[in-house]
Structures are given as structure tokens and as C-alpha cells.
Design a protein around this ligand. Structure first.
Ligand code: TRP
Length: 371
């Protein structure tokens, strides 16, 4: 990997070489998924690109056996289209019949980002959970909980925090350093708490031993490696090895990372259609040529064009239409401004609809948070 690349659970920057990461981390490229996955563009277009042990989940689906999807969110800043990838996977697995567990990482945000629990709660509800609901998450078969407040049922809460503490015996300091690089007591506790997030659905107080799939961004793999290793050392309780999938980071408007701290890098789900269009026209990195003549003659490059990427990842579901846009842009028939307009129009429809649903979500938000 290039020198200026930083990639760990608490920091991501620089140009990420995903192929290299697949080798380095020892994860598998995703291929040969069943029909039902191929219908979803995140899987079909390989935005979700790699996995560990997904087979166990595919078998559960095939045999109609129960399984859990468990993931988490760090509640910082605005909810933007980059965050939709995870939300859409939650909804996908919920529709497949999985029990969904979602951890709001407020303790992690406290320790790793110096953010108060109150701020985390507010942001989690206003930005994340409300958008999950508007995107289609349902309250049935769902537990969204805060790390700082697992459950008002003492048996459940005890089991979750007990597990975090018992896991400590099976990790050692060198392993932490190797997995995380720079490590502090707060980060160490967060890592063990996240291990408990991922493993506690299998405790008898919750679902009992069961296959669990954890969809995450690639930066979270250190957490998975640690949890997987520890879980196989502890003999009582017994854990079925975790499965996981990894998705690409959605690129920011200007290229690089989409970052909640830079409004010119993201489209937020609360941006008005006009604001979104303005941002696309002003900031979206273009794979087009400098002049109209050159563009017509030489064609543009859709593979680096941000507007094309957003259409591919989210907003143009139809493969044929996407292929035509690709071809026309590459040949020079379609201009940069026209490509941006296609995206802006699609986004306008989506944002309008979504923001209506967000209003309705407000009234039912209580049903979505575990008590
Ligand atoms: N660390 C994750 C993040 O920064 C959040 C998280 C907490 C999580 N617990 C989890 C992710 C369990 C997956 C599984 O986004």
C-alpha cells in the first residue's frame, strides 16, 4: 500500500488499494452468490466485494434456518449517501428473515472521538435511525441498542457486559498492537465491547448459538479478526464462527473520502434537491475532457467520474440503462454536464420521496429502540 494510506478502525485516509487489502487481510472476493443476492445492485455490482465465511449464511438461507445480521454505527455528523450502503444491507437481510442487531457505538465515540453520550444519542436518532426507517427498516425482528445502555432487562444487560469482560482473558497485548497499531486503554475497551456486540447475539440470554453475519467497511476488519480469534479460544459459551462482508467506501464528491466533517464531500439525505444539484455541479469530480471538442473526439472516463459512480452504486438500478450511459460517456456522445444532470434528476426524485418518509418516521421512532 502507498505510504500515505492510513486504514484502521479509527482513521481512514489516502487512496485505498482494495485488491491489496484482500490479500493482506486474507479475505475472499465475493463471487457466485445466489439469485436473491444478485437481484440487489450492491451485490451484483460488487460494491459489497469481499467476505469471510459467507457460506455459513448462504446455507442458513438455503435451509431456511435462523440467522442474525449484526452491525454497528458510529454516530458522528451528518447521515450521507455513503452511510446508505450499510442501511440497505440491514434492510436486505431483514427482508430475508434475519434477526437484525444494530449497536450504536456511543461508548466508542466517547473513548475514540471524545463525543458525549448525549450528543451520540441525539445524532444516532436524528441522523441515523430516522433515515434507516425512511429507507425501509422495520421494527419487527430488530434490536437497535446503545452500547452505554444495552437493555433494561438486567439478565440481558449483564450477559452483554459480562461477555466483554470475559473476552479480555483471551486477548493479549501484542495481538492488540498487531491488529490496531496505536492502542490506548479506551480503544482496547472499545475493541472488546465491539467483540461483545458481534458475539453476544449467540448467548443464551439472546438467540443462543447461531450464524451471524457482520456487514462492515473494510476498516473494521481488525475488529473482526480479533473477535473471531478470541471467540474460538473461549470454550464456554461456544460460538459459531462469525461471518462478515466488506463494502467499498463511497467516494466523496471531489474524490477521496466522503467525510461527515466536509459538506462539499457528501450528499446528505437531508440536503434539498436544489442543494444536492448545486453540489454535484460545483464539486463532483468529472471524468470528462477539458473542452467540448476534445470530449466529443476522445470521450470521457466513467470509471473515475463521481456522478457515474453514484449512479452505479445507488441510483440507476437498470443495468441496461447504466451500460448505455457508460458507453455514451466513453464515446463522447454524453457530456459531463449531461451526466451530472442525469444524477441530479435521479437524486431529486429520491430525496423528495425520502424526506417525506423521514417526517413519518419521526412518529414511530420509539418502536425502533430497544428498551
Ligand atoms: N466501530 C464501528 C464504526 O466505527 C461501529 C460498531 C460498533 C460496529 N459495534 C459494532 C460495527 C459491531 C460492526 C459490528 O463504525
Amino acid at each position: 500500500m502507498k505510504k500515505d494510506v492510513v486504514l484502521n478502525p479509527w482513521e481512514v485516509s489516502g487512496e485505498i488499494d482494495y485488491d491489496k487489502l484482500i490479500k493482506e487481510f486474507g479475505i475472499q472476493p465475493i463471487r457466485d452468490l445466489p439469485e436473491i443476492f444478485e437481484k440487489n445492485i450492491l451485490f451484483r455490482r460488487k460494491t459489497v466485494f469481499a467476505h469471510r465465511d459467507i457460506q455459513r449464511i448462504l446455507e442458513a438461507i438455503r435451509d431456511k434456518k435462523p440467522f442474525v445480521m449484526m452491525t454497528g454505527l458510529m454516530p458522528t455528523g451528518k447521515f450521507h449517501i455513503g452511510h446508505m450502503i450499510l442501511a440497505q444491507q440491514m434492510i436486505f437481510y431483514q427482508k430475508l428473515g434475519a434477526k437484525i442487531y444494530v449497536a450504536v457505538a456511543d461508548i466508542e465515540a466517547y473513548n475514540a472521538r471524545a463525543q458525549s453520550l448525549e450528543d451520540s444519542r441525539k445524532i444516532a436518532i436524528e441522523e441515523y435511525i430516522k433515515n434507516y426507517i425512511a429507507l425501509g427498516l422495520k421494527p419487527e425482528n430488530l434490536e437497535i441498542y446503545f452500547q452505554s445502555e444495552r437493555s433494561s432487562d438486567a439478565k440481558k444487560a449483564n450477559a452483554y457486559y459480562r461477555l466483554q469482560n470475559l473476552l479480555a482473558r483471551y486477548a493479549n497485548f501484542n495481538e492488540f498492537k498487531a491488529v490496531y497499531g496505536d492502542i490506548s486503554p479506551g480503544k482496547m475497551l472499545s475493541a472488546l465491547l465491539q467483540a461483545s456486540d458481534m458475539l453476544h447475539p449467540q448467548l443464551e440470554e439472546f438467540e443462543g448459538q447461531i450464524p451471524v453475519i457482520v456487514p462492515v467497511g473494510i476498516d473494521q476488519d481488525p475488529h473482526l479478526r480479533l473477535a473471531r480469534d478470541i471467540s474460538q479460544r473461549i470454550k464456554n459459551p461456544k460460538f459459531t464462527q462469525l461471518s462478515s462482508t466488506y463494502h467499498f467506501f463511497v467516494p466523496g464528491l471531489k474524490g477521496g473520502k466522503m467525510s461527515s466533517s466536509d459538506p462539499s464531500s457528501y450528499i446528505a439525505l437531508t440536503d434539498t434537491p436544489e442543494e444536492a444539484e448545486r453540489k454535484i455541479k460545483k464539486y463532483a469530480f468529472s471524468g470528462g475532457r477539458d473542452t467540448l471538442e476534445e470530449h466529443r473526439k476522445l470521450g470521457g472516463n466513467p470509471d473515475v467520474d463521481i456522478s457515474f459512480q453514484y449512479l452505479k452504486i445507488f441510483f440507476e438500478q437498470d443495468d441496461k440503462k447504466l451500460a448505455k450511459i457508460y458507453k455514451d460517456y466513453k464515446s463522447g456522445k454524453l457530456l459531463s454536464g449531461e451526466l451530472k444532470q442525469i444524477l441530479a434528476d435521479k437524486l431529486a426524485v429520491f430525496l423528495k420521496e425520502h424526506q417525506k418518509k423521514r417526517k413519518d418516521a419521526e412518529k414511530i421512532i420509539d418502536k425502533f429502540i430497544s428498551k
